[in-house]
Design a binder for this molecule. Structure first.
Ligand SMILES: Nc1nc2c(c(=O)[nH]1)N[C@H]1C(S)=C(S)[C@@H](COP(=O)(O)O)O[C@H]1N2
Ligand SMILES: [Mo]
Length: 314
C-alpha cells in the first residue's frame, strides 16, 4: 500500500487560500509595526502552510535541492539544470488564467481570484518521469475538480485541455534555431481523470510558492501519469468535446500516447519502463526500484480504465 485510501482532510486542517492571502498582507503591512515585526520573525512572509492530505504517500520526500534543480521545462532549455538557471527571468505577477470552452461560466481570472475559493492542502505525491527517474514531492495545491465544477461544464464536454504560457521574450527555449516542441506546450485529460480527487493544481511545494522552474505560478499534477502530463505555468483551461492535442504526442506519437499512465508492462520504444532511479539516492551503486502500475495509485485510479486495452491506449 503506497497511499492511504481516505479521501478527505478535516476542514479544520486546511488553510483557505483567502486566509493565506490575508496573512501575507498582514505580514507585509506588519513590517512597520512592532507587533507586526514580532509576527514577521515567527512566520516567514514566504511560508505557505497547508495541512497534509491523507492522499499523501508516506514515503520520504526528495530533498528540496533536487526538486528545484533537476527539472524538465523545455521552455527554458532541454538540460536538467537549464530551468533552475534560466526560469527566474519569468514574470509570474500579474498572471491571468482563462477558463473557457464548453462551460456555462467562462472567465478570465486574476490568479488570486482564481484560487481564492479553494482550500490548500499538502499532497505528498510520487512523481515518475517517462525518462525513468522518480521523486517524491510535497506539493501544495487543491483539487482541479473544484475549478471544473465552478465553470459548469456542458453535457458535451468530455475532455479538459491545458495550455502553458507562450512568451519567447522570457522563455529562451522558445527562441532560436532548435525548437524541441511546438509552443505553447499543451496537455489534456479525459474529464473523469480531471475531476479525480488525486488530480490537483499546485501553487507551491515544501513550504514555499512554486519555484519558477517547477511551473510557477500554477501547474497541474497528475501523479499516476508520466510527468509530462503535469503541465507547468498554465494560462488556459478549456473544456472540449474531442480528445485535445498534447505536446509530446504531437512530437512523437509512437512514443507518447494521450493516456501516458505509468505502466511497467508497456515499454517506451527505446527503453524499459519496469524500473526507476530515485533522484537523490546517490552513488554509482544506487539500485533501481521497480516501477508500480499507475505509479502506485492503482487502487485509486485503475477503475477509470476498466475494459480498456492499456497497450493500445498507452
Ligand atoms: N510547460 C511545460 N510543462 C512541463 C514540461 C515542459 O517541458 N513544459 N515538462 C514535463 C515533464 S517531462 C516533467 S517530468 C515534469 C517535471 O516537473 P518538475 O520539474 O517539477 O519535476 O513537468 C512536465 N511539465
Ligand atoms: Mo518527464
Amino acid at each position: 500500500m503506497i497511499i492511504r485510501r481516505a479521501e478527505v482532510v478535516r476542514p479544520s486542517e486546511i488553510t483557505p487560500y483567502g486566509a493565506y492571502l490575508n496573512r501575507r498582507q498582514l505580514i507585509a503591512a506588519g513590517t512597520a509595526l512592532s507587533l507586526g515585526s514580532l509576527l514577521a520573525r515567527t512566520v516567514r512572509a514566504d511560508t505557505l502552510a497547508a495541512a497534509k492530505s491523507l492522499l499523501s504517500t508516506d514515503e520520504e520526500p526528495t530533498a528540496l535541492k533536487y526538486v528545484t534543480s533537476y527539472n524538465n521545462y523545455y521552455e527554458f532549455g532541454t538540460g536538467k539544470s537549464d530551468p533552475s538557471q534560466n526560469a527566474h527571468t519569468l514574470t509570474t505577477k500579474p498572471w491571468t488564467l482563462k477558463v473557457d470552452g464548453l462551460v456555462a461560466k467562462p472567465a478570465d481570472y486574476a490568479l488570486d481570484d482564481f484560487i481564492k475559493p479553494f482550500a490548500l492542502e499538502q499532497r505528498i505525491y510520487r512523481h515518475r518521469c517517462v525518462e525513468g527517474w522518480s521523486m517524491v514531492i510535497p506539493w501544495i495545491g487543491f483539487p482541479l475538480a473544484g475549478v471544473i465544477k465552478r465553470a459548469q461544464p456542458q453535457g458535451n464536454a468530455k475532455f479538459v485541455a491545458f495550455e502553458t504560457l507562450k512568451r519567447p521574450s522570457q522563455m529562451p527555449g522558445q527562441r532560436g534555431l532548435f525548437q524541441p516542441l511546438d509552443w505553447p506546450y499543451v496537455e489534456g485529460l479525459r474529464l473523469d481523470e480531471a475531476v479525480h480527487p488525486l488530480t490537483i493544481l499546485a501553487v507551491g511545494l515544501y513550504d514555499q510558492d512554486l519555484p519558477n522552474q517547477n511551473g510557477a505560478p500554477l501547474r497541474l499534477v497528475v501523479p499516476w501519469k508520466y510527468g509530462f502530463k503535469s503541465i507547468k505555468s498554465i494560462v488556459r483551461i478549456s473544456l472540449v468535446a474531442e480528445m485535445p492535442p498534447t505536446s509530446w504526442n504531437k512530437q512523437n506519437p509512437n512514443e507518447y500516447g494521450f493516456y501516458s499512465n505509468v505502466n511497467p508492462e508497456v515499454d517506451h520504444p527505446r527503453w524499459s519502463q519496469k524500473t526507476e532511479r530515485k533522484i537523490g539516492e546517490g552513488g554509482l551503486f544506487a539500485q533501481r526500484h521497480p516501477t508500480l502500475p499507475f505509479n502506485g495509485y492503482a487502487d485509486q485510479v485503475a477503475n477509470l480504465y476498466a475494459g480498456m486495452d492499456l497497450r493500445k491506449f498507452f
